[in-house]
Design a protein around this ligand. Structure first.
Ligand SMILES: Cc1cc2nc3c(=O)[nH]c(=O)nc-3n(C[C@H](O)[C@H](O)[C@H](O)COP(=O)(O)OP(=O)(O)OC[C@H]3O[C@@H](n4cnc5c(N)ncnc54)[C@H](O)[C@@H]3O)c2cc1C
Length: 405
């Protein structure tokens, strides 16, 4: 396992906070990835002004280490969602996921954030016949419930530069963006509105103490607030007993490689695409690099329970071989970047949005791979909850962090 893994997206550095001692605040948000910054943004939209944002080892955040996909749906296909939860819940969840993706787009447009955002669709590619059948069933269910989605034949996929593939499902509404540019741009909006942001604050515990919340931190000791938001996703169990005790999220490591820019090869599909039930996922960057991640399901243990962001050479090689097998390329690919990041698998399959065991300690977390859109949208719903505003039924029914009570 090699040491530090540098993501392509961090060629644009992550904006960092002050290293001075932070002061108490009305609300403290822990985590400056897409969830934390989005939570601050939506709370400010509601009129909250006294907010402190803290982070620790910010560059390790999954928010700078993903594949830039902003996808309708969840990590499960519509067929799998329906089998797991029934058609009504699957339909509501899909509709909510669309709203959530559109929140990202609308926020980018509202603040003119230069985030290389493109709503150019998503291709879900089958690599065997059984997956192709699942894709056909998903398309039928989606169309029946009024969602646009269409079948792409093997012949068409071959013309689009793939090989050894079966059919695919095209999702026209999904999108892509540069995650660091989006997060930095949103953070700048929050800072202009008066956010206090401090980096290098390691939170080790979050407790309600006599109608206040106490954060235990290194190196600054205790911080106090009226309410805290745990927006640390996979890292939440390391700083919250509630997460650790109920094992709400399980960390798992995802890994990506990115080529040097290809000089002559033109990729017919530049937008987000995935293979093998989403286990491999890819995109073409603005400067014509192939970025591809996944392959963890082929490793012993599936990279579950890991916080080390080194790169696993077996996964790296697996991804390179995958490209050889499934892409028809007219020039040799030279690989330049290789990195990993830690995601959070939700115990229930739904994100957790709302209060924890304390009415003053909230979270939005647990996106199981689809966090770009869900982080921004879940944070908006969390701001509604904190402000006492109405939220969709499905959130109360399925995304309650106290689901086991
Ligand atoms: C390889 C990979 C590929 C992915 N691809 C996609 C994709 O294409 N599309 C998609 O939608 N999602 C994707 N994801 C998932 C997505 O990136 C995450 O779900 C999302 O970024 C989570 O954002 P977050 O802000 O909740 O958590 P993170 O971005 O992980 O941020 C966690 C924050 O918590 C802070 N923190 C942690 N511990 C402490 C502590 N003790 N004290 C203080 N602060 C702390 C960190 O500093 C950080 O700011 C991918 C993830 C990975 C790893």
């Amino acid at each position: 396992m090699s040491g530090y893994s540098h993501p392509y997206w961090l060629e644009i550095p992550a904006l960092k906070g002050s290293l001075d001692q932070p002061r108490d605040a009305e609300i403290i948000v822990i985590g400056s990835g897409l969830s934390g910054v989005s939570t601050v943004y939506w709370l400010q939209e509601k009129g909250y002004t006294d907010i402190l944002l803290v982070d620790y080892e910010a560059e390790n955040a999954a928010s700078f280490r993903n594949c830039g996909h902003i996808l309708y749906g969840t990590v499960e296909s519509m067929q799998a969602l329906t089998a797991l939860h029934g058609e009504e819940i699957a339909r509501k969840l899909w509709a909510l996921s669309i709203d959530i993706c559109h929140e990202v787009r609308d926020t980018i447009l509202r603040h003119k954030i230069e985030a290389q955002y493109k709503q150019d669709g998503y291709l879900v590619i089958a690599i065997d016949e059984s997956e192709e059948r699942e894709i056909q069933q998903s398309i039928a269910l989606l169309n029946k419930n009024g969602f646009g989605s269409e079948y792409v034949s093997r012949e068409k996929l071959e013309k689009m530069g793939f090989r050894n593939v079966h059919g695919a499902r095209f999702e026209p509404g999904s999108a892509q963006a540069h995650p660091t540019l989006f997060r930095n741009g949103l953070l700048e909006v929050c800072l202009k509105r008066g956010l206090r942001y401090h980096s290098g604050v390691k939170v080790t515990a979050v407790d309600e103490v006599r109608d206040r919340v106490r954060l235990t931190t290194i190196p600054w000791g205790d911080l106090s607030c009226d309410a805290a938001v745990i927006a640390a996703n996979a890292y939440s169990p390391l700083l919250s007993d509630f997460f650790a005790k109920h094992r709400l999220v399980e960390p798992f490591r995802g890994q990506l490689i990115t080529s040097k820019p290809l000089k002559n090869h033109k990729f017919p599909v530049r937008y987000p695409h995935s293979f093998d039930h989403g286990y491999e996922y890819a995109i073409i960057t603005e400067d014509n690099r192939l970025m591809i991640g996944g392959w963890r399901n082929r490793t012993e243990g599936g990279e579950i329970g890991i916080y080390d962001i080194g790169v696993n050479p077996l996964v790296e090689q697996g991804l390179k071989d995958f490209v050889e097998t499934y892409y028809a390329l007219s020039e040799e690919v030279e690989w330049e970047f290789s990195w990993s990041g830690i995601m959070a698998a939700s115990k229930t399959g739904f994100p957790f949005i709302g209060p924890t065991d304390s009415q003053r300690i909230f979270t939005c977390s647990g996106y199981t791979g689809h966090g770009f859109s869900w982080a921004h949208g879940s944070a908006k719903i969390l701001a509604d909850i904190i402000n006492g505003d109405p939220v969709p039924d499905i959130i109360r029914e399925k995304c309650n962090p106290r689901y086991f009570q």
